[in-house]
Design a protein around this ligand. Sequence first.
Ligand SMILES: [Zn+2]
Ligand SMILES: [Zn+2]
Length: 232
Amino acid sequence: MSQALIEKFPCPPVDTNCIAIGCSEKMELALVDPGFGCLEWVEYLVKDEGMRLGKILLTHSHFDHTASVPALVGMYEGVEVFVHEKDALNVVEPGSDGILDLMGGVSGLKQMFGVQEGSEQDQAIDLAMTGVAVSHYLREGESVRVGNVVLEVIETPGHSPGGVCFYLPTEKVLLAGDTLMRGTHGRLDLPGCNEGDMAVSFAKLAKLPDDTTVYCGHGSNTTIGHERFQLQ
Ligand SMILES: [Zn+2]
Ligand SMILES: [Zn+2]
């Protein structure tokens, strides 16, 4: 019987999927890509479900995937932050990847989303920009454990230099971040993107079984079989 709990929470304003991976036997919890607005949901999992948040796992460091990391690190003692080395700087110094500059910096972002000065969202964005220390650099082929649940790391650069996917072999689940999405893939026109790398990454994902369920960084789930047309 499966011990893995897999739950998805779409974070505003661009529906970035935060995925909770839990081990129901050891009551351990990891969060993959905690974007804006997921704190109450995490609190529910920790307080009401009795899970212990031990790890934050990042598929990549774009701000819509990391926005709640500083808040969570402040709220839950001992939580570790895992990211690939090539995406780590943007976690330590948010905005250093240059993507926010394209939107006019932090103030441009606030304007774009109609954020009122002094509001809860305004404070959440300021906190998101404070940055945190990275605990561990993710590497190709390593296994990350959340209690008894095993996540295998697949390096998938292309959308970002240090992009990774997490594969749960016993669940036949892939957490794809912005690498692979339903009917499409992550943007390739941002600083740090590389089309050639993406093609190599897709060739790796093509080796997974057709019936692998794919949780994407945005939007609804898909399967490897359904996306095979774009992987090969
Ligand atoms: Zn992204
Ligand atoms: Zn994204």
